[in-house]
Design a protein around this ligand. Sequence first.
Ligand SMILES: [Zn+2]
Length: 164
Amino acid sequence: MRSVRCPSCGSFDDKVVDSRQADDGLSIRRRRACIECGRRFTTFERLEDVSLLVVKRSGHREPFEREKVAAGIRLAAKGRPIEADGGASLDEMITAIEDIVRMEGGTEVSTETVGRIVLEQLREVDPVAAIRFASVYLGFDDVADFEREITLLSKRTAPKEMRG
Ligand SMILES: [Zn+2]
């Protein structure tokens, strides 16, 4: 739901001033402000109904697709310990990531933001998968970006070396 008709003046021009997960955990409660008349109102949107656009580096926009992100994560996690329980914890993580992206993104989110959120989550469970994801999904612009990421990850994981 990108814009909603204002209950006062009928304008479709509004901005989201606050987004938070509703108590049921399945919907997002949004405070909106009408740009025309300033009226504030609240909408409840079920998570799967909320259309979220991903803004690519080129400026091109496309709908956020959970499966696309999930495929990248699964690829990165292939053969890693996080796949061990039949992918259940992986699925759980993907759901958590989708929620975070939607909460942070509002109606539009950049590919960089999606990538950052995935990396933050992956880093916690599997730094190697995080590196793989970074190189595959984000498509680093240059080697320096990749090296910076590796340095960041090795700093955080230096004490316990992962085997694999
Ligand atoms: Zn209005």
